[in-house]
Ligand binder design. Structure first.
Ligand code: ADP
Ligand code: MG
Length: 766
């Protein structure tokens, strides 16, 4: 007998056997010498060395040796045909290591019943199924199986190729009852099928995973290649995504806002970097992380410092500085930075912008400025919705993004020139920005999230209050800047404008000196308006020319001293006509004072008479109100002219023409009423008006002088034009207090209530 260490061998097979041990060789040799039969029996234990008969299972298989093949290494292969089961009855080995036993041959029992036939069929069909999915079953084996005619053999064959334990196989070998054997095998086949099913499922899942990851891998590689081809950084999106995510984590936002932003961020991660949407979302996120979400730092107002900065940056303007300091103090006491907005009103070039900057500097805040002049679309303030191509946030958020702090000083220029159109009303948008009730949660269309803009200190500027929408004006603290007289201009020029202009031209600070007379001449002859802008331009013009001279001929004097007569060479002929006072040369001419958005001004009202039929003509671009007041003046003078020795039919026989030169500039308002009346009476009486005298006042039909506005600007204009006496309405007398003494110096004011008081002051003797 040969002991099998692996698995049992079933009857009815042709199979090779490896013979490795000396003892087994001896068994083969003895068998070949005899009837060539050997017994094959499984050891009870696996890997048993030198087993005895007692170490073997009781049931084995008898086999006939068909062929012996000697191997080169001394081993041997034999080919056997297995025949039948046997049971060991008794060991015959004795002391010999050779295994030998007396056995009983066993035959199959109960193999010819209907039940067995049914079981056999079941096994055949089940095995077919298994074999289709199992590569271990070759085609040949399948055919083989169909040809086996005995149910017991079929069970044996199937068992021998099933992948089951040695113990289980041995049990089947030991089962001589065929029905029972078939039943057991059927169970194993079912198990095998189950195993195969699970194996198949797992296989499928693995394949799927592999396929998916492979697909992704290939697509990613392809995408990378495309990006490289287009010169795009391959993982820009990821790095940008990470940058945004980190930045957003650190931003202090309320939970709802954060949730919305994070949703946007997740969308961004899923977007194709080449899509238009991607750019839109990236810009959006970029805006979000650049906006100043952080609560602004507490800045304690240092009143002394504020005072110092305001004083250092500007000459004069004492009342303005005072008002601003008061404003800041109130804000500090109320201990909230919200509410009330400053509105600086005044002609161009009087320092509105520069005061705004100065306030920012005094408070240690950032400064941002934008103009709303001519703005017609509310989107400029509130932004466009993101769905628009090239949409951007409005000016307010843009400004915050630029300064990067939540509490800057914002200057909104030209609030009096705000437009209106079908694209929404920018003034109501501006109101949302400025209104403390609304601006804690300002909603820009682009951002589409509430953003707190209430910490911004708003300063608006305007030339006139007339055209500022009332709801806006209500929320503003108006501070007026009226313009400068010559003395102020000279001081501002000397201290601020000349040094700055020299610097701009690249000239040495000490290289140029102006005499006071020269500075006055610039103000008088080239830059006569209320503000300093033109003055500054004139200085720049001089310095540019000087710079050029210096570069082209370096041997020029190191220092220039400017006197009035040197200016024309640099600035050309004076821009301004003769003084108004010198123009009053004949009866029918009077000097009036006017207020304009560009500051106060003098205007000459002139009149002539031609023979005619008591008609009356107006030219010089007079507005409706002014035309009315001309009519009133005409009627009034006509009614009283007799008292001044004017012939009763004078008006009937004359056609009178009133004109205001500088006809291109529109003029309006009632305040030239008394001036027109004086002109008419001067014409009718042939008496000239007093030189260096100007006037302002509305005239009523019965000869009362009614109050006017803009007295300060008008006074400044009078000063600038060499006027010595000014007639004003009595009711404006109180306003004189608000005009600084240095502005009023040298002017005599004549407050009057009726025209009867005016005429003697104005008309000279014949
Ligand atoms: N009181 C002043 N002191 C010093 N510089 C002044 C003063 N007023 C105006 N300026 C200067 O005049 C120029 C024009 O002023 P700006 O602020 O632009 O006027 P606005 O904004 O009112 O039109 C600026 O260079 C400004 O610094
Ligand atoms: Mg300005």
């Amino acid at each position: 007998m040969i002991a099998l260490n692996g698995k049992p061998v079933f009857p009815g097979l042709f199979t090779p056997l490896m013979i490795t041990t000396e003892d087994d060789l001896e068994v083969i040799n003895q068998a070949l010498d005899g009837d060539k039969h050997i017994g094959l029996v499984l050891t009870r234990e696996e890997q048993q060395e030198h087993p005895t008969v007692a170490d073997l299972h009781q049931i084995g298989t008898v086999a006939r040796i068909l062929k012996r093949i000697n191997l080169p290494d001394g081993g041997m292969n034999v080919f056997v045909s297995t025949l039948k089961r046997f049971r060991i009855r008794k060991s015959l080995s004795g002391d010999s290591p050779i295994l030998a036993a007396a056995v009983d041959y066993l035959s199959d029992e109960e193999y010819d019943t209907d039940e067995v036939r049914a079981l056999t069929r079941a096994i055949i069909s089940e095995t077919k199924q298994v074999s289709e999915n199992n590569p271990l079953f070759s085609e040949e084996m399948r055919l083989n199986m169909v040809n086996i005619d005995h149910p017991g053999k079929i069970a044996d064959f199937v068992t021998s190729i099933l992948n089951i334990d040695r113990a289980d196989q041995q049990e089947i070998l030991a089962t001589t009852n065929v029905r029972q054997r078939l039943e057991k095998v059927l169970v194993f086949i079912k198990k095998e099928q189950e195993l195969l099913r699970i194996q198949k499922r797992i296989q499928g899942q693995i394949n799927e995973k592999i396929e998916k990851s492979q697909r992704e891998y290939f697509l990613k590689e392809e995408l990378k290649a495309i990006k490289q081809e287009l010169g795009m950084p391959t993982d820009a999106k990821t790095s940008e995504y990470n940058r945004f995510r980190e930045a957003i984590q650190d931003l202090p936002m309320d939970p709802e806002t954060r949730e919305q932003v994070e949703q946007e961020l997740e969308k961004f991660q899923l977007m194709e970097p080449n899509s238009a949407e991607f750019t839109v979302t990236r810009n959006y996120l970029d805006t979000i992380v650049k906006l100043p979400w952080k609560e602004p730092p507490r800045r304690d107002l240092d009143m002394r410092r504020a005072e110092r900065v305001l004083a250092a940056d500007h000459y004069g303007l004492e009342d303005v500085k005072e008002r601003i300091l008061e404003f800041l103090a109130v804000r500090k006491l109320k201990n909230d930075s919200k509410g009330s907005i400053i509105c600086l009103v005044g002609p161009p070039g009087v320092g509105k912008t520069s005061i705004g900057k100065s306030v920012a500097r005094a408070l240690g805040k950032k400064f941002f400025r934008f103009s709303v002049g001519g703005m017609r679309d509310e989107a400029e303030i509130k932004g466009h919705r993101r769905t628009y191509v090239g949409a951007m946030p409005g000016k307010v958020l843009q400004g915050l993004k630029i300064v990067g702090e939540r509490d800057p000083v914002f200057m909104i220029d030209e609030i009096d020139k705000l437009g209106q159109s079908f694209q929404g009303d920018p003034s109501s948008a501006l109101l949302e920005v400025l209104d403390p009730e609304q601006n804690i949660a300002f909603r820009d269309h682009y951002l589409d999230l509430p953003f707190d803009v209430s910490s911004i200190l708003f300063i608006t500027t305007a030339n006139t209050l007339d055209s500022i929408p009332a709801p806006l004006l209500d929320r503003m603290e108006v501070i007026r800047l009226s313009g400068y007289i010559d003395e102020e201009k000279i001081a501002i020029a000397r201290k601020y404008l000349v040094p700055r202009s020299l610097l701009r031209a690249g000239l040495n600070k000490k290289a140029v000196k102006y005499s006071k007379a020269a500075l006055r001449s610039i103000a008088n002859d080239w830059a006569r308006e209320a503000g300093m802008r033109r003055y500054e331009q004139m200085l720049d013009k001089i310095h540019r020319k000087l710079a050029r001279k210096q570069v082209s001929s370096p041997d020029l004097p190191e220092q220039y001293q400017f006197e009035p007569q040197d200016l024309e060479q640099y600035l050309g002929k004076p821009n301004f006509p003769e003084d108004v006072v010198k123009q009053i040369t004949r009866p029918g001419m009077t000097v009036g004072l006017a207020w304009t958005p560009y500051g106060g001004d003098t205007l000459i009202i002139e009149a002539i008479n031609n023979p005619g039929k008591g008609t009356f003509k107006l030219t010089g671009k007079m507005g409706e109100v002014m035309q009315e007041s001309a009519t009133i003046a005409y009627s009034y003078i006509r009614s009283i002219a007799g008292g001044y020795g004017v012939p009763a039919d004078w008006f009937e026989k004359n056609e009178i023409h009133i004109h205001i030169p500088a006809g291109a500039t529109p003029k309006d308002g009632p305040s030239a009423g008394i001036t027109m009346a004086c002109t008419l009476l001067s014409l009718a009486t042939g008496r000239r008006t007093r030189p260096r005298l100007a006037m302002t006042g509305e005239l009523s039909l019965v000869g009362q002088v009614l109050p006017i506005g803009g007295l300060k600007e008008k006074t400044i204009a009078a000063r600038r034009n060499g006027i010595k006496q000014v007639i004003i309405p009595m009711q404006n007398e109180k306003d004189l207090e608000e005009i600084p003494d240095h502005v009023k110096r040298g002017i005599t004011f004549h407050p009057v209530s009726t025209m009867e008081e005016v005429l003697p002051l104005v008309l000279l003797g014949r």
